[in-house]
Design a protein around this ligand. Structure first.
Ligand SMILES: CC(C)(COP(=O)(O)OP(=O)(O)OC[C@H]1O[C@@H](n2cnc3c(N)ncnc32)[C@H](O)[C@@H]1OP(=O)(O)O)[C@@H](O)C(=O)NCCC(=O)NCCS
Length: 203
């Protein structure tokens, strides 16, 4: 549900959102998440209305060693939101990272997009990156709002916009917070796995 359609849902209603780091074994769920996006969302996410084949190719081609992929799972362990923090192979851009994100329609307006952005920013800082880059269509109010809220400079060029966020250096606090958040997300995932297993046994 979009926040615009559901004003009672606010980010503060969902204070703790475990965000999990995803790996190659999550490829199928990543593909399922992206395939669930409709044509206009795929257009906003990829800059073109990606076909199922193109989505599958994107999921198959994800490089988990170079890039970082984050996900938010619901109680049934469906991936309801995911973000891709990509770094360039070009050494000139080695200090920059590019952010892409998608949240399933039913889970929108709860701050997941913004939280994934914050999570990616923290990781990028801890990895020594100095700039976060977001390429979005100019009509993508929600994405550009996330970037602007974080302090990014947005440069509009017709129907497309680029947002740049300068990242401060990592601190002990950002490093510790990332470690704690990773642990919490692992625990949360384990609990959800157990709960799902018990529910399956009972039914
Ligand atoms: C962009 C997207 C990830 C936002 O996810 P979300 O979880 O709904 O976003 P949030 O709840 O964190 O909201 C972020 C901000 O955008 C605002 N916002 C959310 N939906 C909005 C909308 N439809 N119109 C205007 N503003 C909107 C929120 O109010 C919030 O701003 P605030 O913190 O100042 O109140 C989601 O809409 C999406 O998946 N879109 C399709 C794919 C896409 O566009 N990806 C981005 C390009 S890489």
């Amino acid at each position: 549900m979009d926040k615009t359609n559901n004003p009672s849902v606010t980010r503060s209603s969902f204070p703790l959102v475990p965000i999990r780091s995803l790996g190659p074994r999550h490829r199928d769920r990543i593909a399922a998440h992206l395939l669930a996006l409709d044509e206009s969302d795929r257009y906003l996410r990829f800059g073109y209305a990606a076909s199922d084949e193109q989505v599958n190719r994107y999921a198959d081609g994800l490089n988990f060693e170079r890039d970082d992929i984050y996900g938010i799972f619901n109680r049934k362990l469906a991936l309801i939101a995911m973000a891709h923090l990509a770094v360039s192979d070009d050494p000139v851009q080695a200090k920059a990272a590019e952010f892409g994100v998608s949240v399933l329609k039913a889970a929108r307006g709860r701050g997941y997009g913004a939280r994934l952005f914050d999570r990616a920013v923290m990781h990028a800082r801890n990895e020594g990156r100095d700039t976060m880059f977001i390429h979005a269509l100019s009509e993508n109010t929600a994405m550009l709002k996330i970037a602007r809220n974080a302090g990014a400079t947005v440069e509009r060029s017709g129907s497309e916009s680029d947002a740049y966020l300068k990242l401060p250096e990592a601190t002990l606090a950002t490093r510790l917070t990332e470690m704690v958040e990773d642990q919490m997300a692992e625990l949360d995932y384990g609990f959800k796995q157990q709960a799902k297993h018990i529910q399956e046994l009972l039914s």
